[in-house]
Design a protein around this ligand. Structure first.
Ligand SMILES: [Fe+2]
Ligand SMILES: [Fe+2]
Length: 304
């Protein structure tokens, strides 16, 4: 039987019953739980617009997209369970603030253009982050990511298609899109986490092949991918320092406000309290469903 180090060196997958260092298990639990929570909390900013969608078609698309995010949360909680975690316990940790979720979901959605911009930029950034995770060293997580990424690419396209439609509309609609881009651009860049110099765990996660690229590499990739899409759309990205650097073969861009990221992660973003309060209420209101499901399962087990 191969040891943990041999499996990692051979670029193979660690499976739930394999031996693994406790620090690896803890890192995986933290990452998977944080990811699962992000999917579930991430339903809120867009979920708000389901009853306010401008047409039946837009409502159906948004409903499907938000439902997908619930599914992503479920795959990921199931992946965390393979590491001996209990889903109810993870939810407790989320609502009492012991575990985090992505900072991006603490920003408000002020217009329907935000639905498009979230699909384009936020799901786009999620794809950049998650495609390399399909080769992550922990098997259940890597396999969950394959399914998640397929659905994320639908999310990104639906966002871009919505924005294209709005940009072909009235001046007021175009202004809504530009306003949403102005508000979401910098928080989207922050989704890749702090700069590498400030990210002490990156080296170990790379050595364990949990991560394949550093935060700054992924951020650069996202900027390079997004600039031509913004041009095609006809919007301006709100960064005066953004320009092509022929020598590097990449775009140069400005520095996100890292203090803002720290504040939002620390609980002081525009919507942190509201997001957690909603999640707590949904959890409490769903207690009877969980109890009924457990009672039903017990009854089924008891009847031969
Ligand atoms: Fe998702
Ligand atoms: Fe998504």
């Amino acid at each position: 039987m191969s040891t943990f180090d041999e499996v990692i060196a051979a670029d193979q997958r660690i499976e739930p019953r394999d031996e693994m260092p406790e620090a690896y298990r803890k890192t995986m639990v933290r990452q998977i739980a944080q990811h699962a929570h992000s999917e579930i909390i991430g339903m809120q900013p867009e979920g708000y617009w389901i009853t306010r969608a401008p047409s039946l078609r837009r409502k159906a698309i948004l409903l499907a997209k938000v439902q997908d995010e619930a599914g992503h949360g479920l795959y990921l909680y199931a992946a965390a369970e393979t590491l001996g975690m209990d889903r109810a316990d993870l939810t407790e940790r989320l609502i009492d603030g012991r575990q985090k979720y992505s900072s991006i979901f603490n920003y408000p959605t002020l217009s329907y253009a935000d639905v498009g911009v979230i699909g384009w930029l936020v799901d786009g950034a999620a794809i950049c982050n998650q495609v390399p995770l399909c080769r992550s060293s922990y098997g259940p997580y890597a396999r969950a990511m394959i399914r998640v990424c397929k659905e994320e690419s639908f999310h990104q396209r639906q966002g871009y298609e919505l924005l294209m439609t709005m940009m072909g509309g009235t001046a007021a609609q175009r202004a809504m899109v530009q306003d949403a881009v102005d508000r979401w651009w910098w928080p989207s860049l922050m989704m890749f986490g702090p700069p590498d110099a400030d990210s002490p765990n990156t080296a170990r996660s790379m050595a364990w092949r949990i991560k394949r690229h550093t935060n700054d590499e992924l951020r650069q990739k996202f900027v390079d991918m997004t600039v031509p899409q913004a041009e095609r759309l006809g919007v301006t990205l709100p960064d005066p320092e953004l320009r092509w650097n022929a020598e590097r073969g990449h775009h140069d861009f400005g520095t996100p406000d890292w203090d803002e990221l720290k504040r939002v992660i620390g609980g002081d973003g525009p919507c942190n309290a509201e997001r957690i309060a909603n999640r707590r209420r949904a959890h409490e209101e769903g207690a009877w469903v969980r109890e009924a499901a457990a009672a039903h399962a017990r009854k089924k087990e008891a009847t031969p």
